[in-house]
Design a binder for this molecule. Structure first.
Ligand SMILES: C[S@@+](CC[C@H](N)C(=O)[O-])C[C@H]1O[C@@H](n2cnc3c(N)ncnc32)[C@H](O)[C@@H]1O
Length: 289
């Protein structure tokens, strides 16, 4: 069935299955190892082969003293801390916190007077994140079960929303961004990394619907918004000062194992042009005072 015809519940269930399996594998690492430090990850949000996802996006020194399983389970496509300019004492929320790496990094930046919440809908990911947080000794973090589309936080309680490659996974992005706006304090900001389509997916021998139907939703690609759509949804949710900046443009190597046969059979230059429209971008916006 076409990705575009799946129900929101079916998409969420596909996403939970994929990330539950990844969390399970990483829980075994978490239990087996007590040591910390950077390690290369083979897991990734968009593809299993990309060098543009996961822990290679972080500076090595940022990852020292963090549990190996937290680093290894990094599945993002950017580094939200690098764009969020977190300050001591701030309250932060990480949407789709996964194994908890971004929460733990943010917790260091906001320090003991700040606090970081992680929200995720996948039980095994929450278990992994809590295990990682306990190993790291972080006391200013809390992981809550919930969905982006119905956040388990009160209105106006968060200074900064971060997220790493998760909004693309939401089948109801308008609700997710309205919820982000709701929980932000007046003057609060959103600073997230996500896959964004630069321009649109027109001009190819296959339609946009065919392209999206062939790509993996759970792999963070099929559900990616265009830059204009992202801007429009943020604006509708109430955000101001919206800025979307491309940080990495994907190439064929990043997509190995993800491209369906019908796309692989196109001319290589056409496929390269197509995958090059997918980017990892930094998305910033503000809630007015
Ligand atoms: C690509 S992983 C990213 C995890 C983490 N941000 C990182 O950088 O490693 C996506 C995570 O978001 C969670 N997720 C996806 N869609 C969600 C939704 N609608 N509500 C809550 N969590 C969601 C998944 O369970 C998974 O843990």
């Amino acid at each position: 069935m076409s990705t575009l015809l799946r129900t929101p519940d079916a998409i969420k269930s596909e996403v939970q299955n994929r990330y539950g399996r990844i969390a399970d594998e990483n829980l075994q690492v978490a239990v087996a190892s007590s040591c910390c430090g950077p390690s290369n990850t083979s897991s990734c949000c968009s593809t299993d082969n990309s060098s543009s996802c996961g822990s290679p996006l972080y500076l090595g020194e940022d990852l020292t003293d963090l549990p190996e399983a937290a680093v290894a389970s990094s599945l993002g496509c950017g580094n939200p801390q690098a764009i969020a300019a977190l300050q001591p004492g701030e309250v932060v929320l990480d949407l789709g916190s996964g194994g908890g790496l971004d929460v733990l990094l943010a917790a260091r930046q906001v320090g003991p007077t700040g606090f970081v919440y992680g929200v995720d809908m996948t039980d095994k990911m929450l278990e992994l994140a809590r295990t990682n947080a306990a190993k790291s000794g972080a006391t200013n973090v809390e992981f809550r079960k919930g969905e982006l589309e119905s956040l388990p936080l009160a209105d106006g309680t968060v200074d900064v929303i971060i997220s790493n490659c998760v909004v693309n996974l939401s089948p109801e992005k308008d609700n997710a961004l309205s919820e982000a706006y709701r929980v932000l304090k007046p003057g609060g900001r959103l600073a997230i990394s996500d896959i964004v389509v630069d321009g649109d997916l027109s001009g190819f021998p296959v339609s946009e619907a065919q392209i999206r139907a062939g790509l993996s939703w759970a792999g963070c690609i099929a559900g990616a918004l265009t830059s204009d759509q992202f801007t429009q949804l943020l604006d509708t949710a109430g955000f101001a000062e919206i800025d979307i900046a491309i940080q990495h443009r994907y190439n064929l190597g990043d997509f190995l194992g993800e491209l369906p046969a019908e796309l692989q059979s196109l001319e290589p230059a056409v496929v390269q042009e197509l995958v090059g429209r997918f980017t990892s971008s930094a998305i910033r916006a503000k809630k007015a005072n």
